[in-house]
Structure formats: C-alpha cells, structure tokens
Design a protein around this ligand. Structure first.
Ligand code: TYD
Length: 139
C-alpha cells in the first residue's frame, strides 16, 4: 500500500444552533464493515501512540475532540496529517506504518477497524516492516 491510498473522508455535518452533529454508518461513509472501535484519551504531553503497521487491517481515525498528528509512512514516503475536526475521518489501509503524536490537552482519538483485536496483526519493528514491503508482502 502506498500513501496515495490514504484519504480524508468528509463525514456528514448537521449544523444546528443547538449544537452540531456528525455521524458515519457502515460502508456508506466508512469503506469497510466495522468490527471494532477503540479510543485513546488522557495522553500525557509529549507522548505518542501507535508506531506500528497492520498486516491486514484497515482503520479510520477521527479526532473526536482536540487535535493530534498522524504520521504515515509507506516505507518510501512519509507524511504528517493533523486531525482537528470531528467530521474528518482519516482512512488508513493495511501495511502503512502509522504513529499518533502531538496530542493536545483533552484530545480524544476514536478509531474503527475492520477486524477484531489480534496481536498477530501488528508489525512493531520498522526494519521488519521495510523488509516485508521490499518483499512485496501485503503490497
Ligand atoms: P496498542 O495497539 O499496542 O497501542 P499503541 O499502538 O497505541 O501503543 O494497544 C495497547 C494495549 O491495549 C495492548 O496490550 C493491547 C490492548 N488492546 C486491546 O486489548 N484491544 C484493542 O482493541 C486495542 C487497540 C488494544
């Protein structure tokens, strides 16, 4: 997978004087069937999360509150995407190295994936990730 497979999905935004509302529903806005949701919160200043790739797992990341950066890397190219709108969803396919950093105070990262949690999905060693990319594993 290359960085050009990554995209920001503009979620529906229902503007209202009483407060705004956004949503997503399976396959209409998210390009896969959701199997799992998790969230990352109370991140101390200067900490980062992630720093791995998934062998065969797609995900969508939303900054429900506050802001943080997602550093994405396909082994050839690296890019930083700042998420700071609760109606922007970042789609990341499998075999992309990604790291979440620069969390603002009280930020909330919400993540949905197409697979249940499985520790075997993780590639945690960057050298191994590059080797797998060079071998054409997982594209
Ligand atoms: P991990 O994905 O390694 O977090 P990060 O990459 O941000 O450092 O998850 C941290 C721990 O939480 C790990 O022990 C596994 C557990 N975990 C679950 O049990 N279920 C989940 O859905 C996730 C994402 C993590």
């Amino acid at each position: 997978m290359k960085l050009d497979a990554i995209k920001i999905i503009d979620l529906p935004k229902i503007l209202d004087d009483r407060g705004n509302l956004s949503f997503f529903q399976n396959e209409e806005h998210i390009p896969f069937k959701i199997q799992r949701a998790y969230w990352i919160y109370d991140v101390p200043g200067g900490e980062h999360r992630g720093g791995h790739a998934y062998k065969d797992l797609q995900e969508v990341i939303i900054a429900l509150s506050g802001s943080f950066d997602v550093v994405i890397d396909d082994g050839f190219e690296k890019k930083t995407i700042t998420l700071n709108r609760s109606y922007n969803a970042l789609y990341i396919p499998k075999m992309i190295w990604r790291r979440l950093e620069n969390f603002s105070t009280n930020s909330l990262a919400f993540i949905v994936t197409d697979k249940m949690y499985d520790a075997d999905q993780y590639i945690r060693d960057y050298g191994q990730y590059l080797e797998m990319k060079n071998d054409g594993k997982g594209e």
